[in-house]
Design a binder for this molecule. Structure first.
Ligand code: FES
Length: 101
């Protein structure tokens, strides 16, 4: 799947991936603003992104833990997700996410 990250400074990073999740892919490639401090267990919110609206509805709904985490983060929008909770799959091919931190 092709995944695009847009950082706060407006830089664009595009990658092809077949496994893992959007946090792991970003950390591996050192995308600025995605730190993945907790390793993907939904407890740090350093992987907060805003998902492009046309893709937001295609994703599985956030878990209660994820929603709770997001509630307390800065720069939250209706398209906010923790991208460690978004698995790479054909479903997200072409997705664009804006880095929130
Ligand atoms: Fe910590 Fe996603 S990596 S919540």
């Amino acid at each position: 799947a092709k995944i695009t990250y847009i950082t706060k400074s407006g830089e664009t990073f595009e990658y092809e991936a077949t496994s893992g999740n959007l946090m792991e892919l970003a950390v591996k490639n050192k995308v600025p603003g995605i730190d993945g401090d907790c390793g993907g267990v939904c407890s740090c919110a350093t992987c907060h992104v805003h998902v492009a609206p046309e893709f937001y509805g295609k994703l599985d709904a956030p878990s209660e833990i994820e929603s709770d985490m997001l509630e307390f983060d800065d720069n939250v929008s209706e398209y906010s997700r923790l991208c460690c909770q978004i698995p790479v799959s054909d479903l997200v091919d072409g997705i664009k996410v804006e880095v929130a931190n």
